[in-house]
Design a protein around this ligand. Structure first.
Ligand code: PEP
Ligand code: MN
Length: 270
């Protein structure tokens, strides 16, 4: 296998606003699957801020399996993300789905996300190599770890080394869960690469009742962060409601976080 460590130095840090994403920090990103309106987004982000969280997510462009389902607010969603970020000082994360959208998304959003369905979209990856924003690269649902690391190389080789990997579950024969969370991807990435790696327990399980266990498993296994779909009213959200958790659950998940990541991995918590 290629030596992926040679592309990125050890103790590599991604600095965004006053925060650092790295192997020595734990990064927590939470927020709704999709942005529905300005007021709800602001309410959610203020609640996250109160919990000490610095990063929020929200989809403006959605890659939905069905073309008949809500596809996101698009440009309007980006504008809501930008305004909420300016008002709260929180760092925004949102997905970009096409090379031609990279410029507008990068002008409105702090960290751009590549979704699982686009991990192999090399033109999109190359375009993301030309911007200054950090990029969260989700693992393709049927991709090997090597293919995922090569996808990251496409962004790095094109000029942007600020790549954050995110394991979000892979396709297996099991259908009790939406996907199968590959916890072994964490130690694998740690040994093969110097990039930080996050876990997304939401899209991997597709089940609200598993988010706590999988999040704690990720912390214990050495993940550098989590991205969790969260809303004040999960049952009434238009997208991924079954896997979205509420704020009391998020608080439960966070409560042992700083102790676990400091004791087991010597990482700075949130
Ligand atoms: C998301 O995080 O909003 C998303 C669509 O995730 P994935 O690409 O992993 O399905
Ligand atoms: Mn979702």
């Amino acid at each position: 296998m290629k030596d992926f460590k040679s592309s990125i130095p050890e103790n590599f840090e991604i600095k965004i606003k006053n925060q650092v994403i790295s192997r020595n920090n734990f990064t927590l990103i939470a927020g709704p699957c999709t942005i529905e309106n300005y007021d709800d987004l602001l309410t959610i982000v203020n609640k996250l801020k109160k919990l000490g969280i610095k990063f929020f997510r929200g989809g403006a462009y959605k890659m939905r399996t069905s073309p008949y389902k809500f596809q996101g607010l698009g440009q309007k969603g980006l504008e809501y993300m930008r305004r909420v970020s300016a008002e709260t000082g929180m760092i925004s994360v949102s997905e970009v789905i096409a090379p031609e959208d990279v410029e507008t998304v990068s002008n409105n959003i702090d960290i751009l996300q590549v979704g699982t369905r686009n991990m192999h979209n090399y033109r999109l990856l190359k375009r993301l190599g030309e911007i200054d924003n950090p990029v969260i690269l989700k693992r393709g649902m049927s991709s090997t770890i090597e293919e995922w690391l090569f996808a990251a190389e496409h962004i790095i080789a094109a000029g942007n080394s600020q790549v954050i990997l995110c394991e979000r579950g892979i396709r297996t024969f099991e259908n009790f869960t939406r996907n199968t969370l590959d916890i072994s991807a964490i130690p694998a990435v740690r040994s093969l690469s110097n990039l930080p790696v996050l876990i997304d327990p939401s899209h991997s399980s597709g089940r609200r009742d598993m988010i706590k266990s999988l999040s704690w498993a990720a912390m214990a296994a050495g993940a550098d962060g989590l991205m969790i779909e969260t809303h004040f009213s999960p049952d009434t959200t238009v997208c991924d409601s079954e896997q979205t958790i509420d704020f009391p659950m998020l608080e439960t998940i966070i409560s042992p976080l700083n102790d676990i990541v400091a004791k087991l991995w010597n990482k700075k918590g949130i």
